[in-house]
Design a protein around this ligand. Structure first.
Ligand SMILES: [Zn+2]
Ligand SMILES: [Zn+2]
Length: 69
């Protein structure tokens, strides 16, 4: 189980809703955490499964593991 930097991050990463089976289809799902890569991404709601890797938590500003350094 991954440790997330703060409660906001945790709830956003773990957030899912009943209306959308895929988190990428849900406009309420903002952040995707990839356990394989240990990195966080902003979900791009373009109908696919794109993300933009983020280096800092938007809520608590903790530096995130992003696999780039
Ligand atoms: Zn945080
Ligand atoms: Zn939804």
């Amino acid at each position: 189980m991954a440790q997330h930097c703060c409660e906001m991050m945790r709830s956003n990463v773990e957030n899912s809703c009943d209306a959308h089976k895929e988190r990428f289809d849900c406009p309420d799902c903002l952040i995707h955490y990839s356990a394989d890569w240990d990195r966080y991404g902003l979900i791009i709601h373009d109908g696919g499964s794109s993300t933009i890797t983020i280096s800092y938590c938007p809520w608590c500003n903790t530096k995130l593991p992003n696999g780039l350094d």
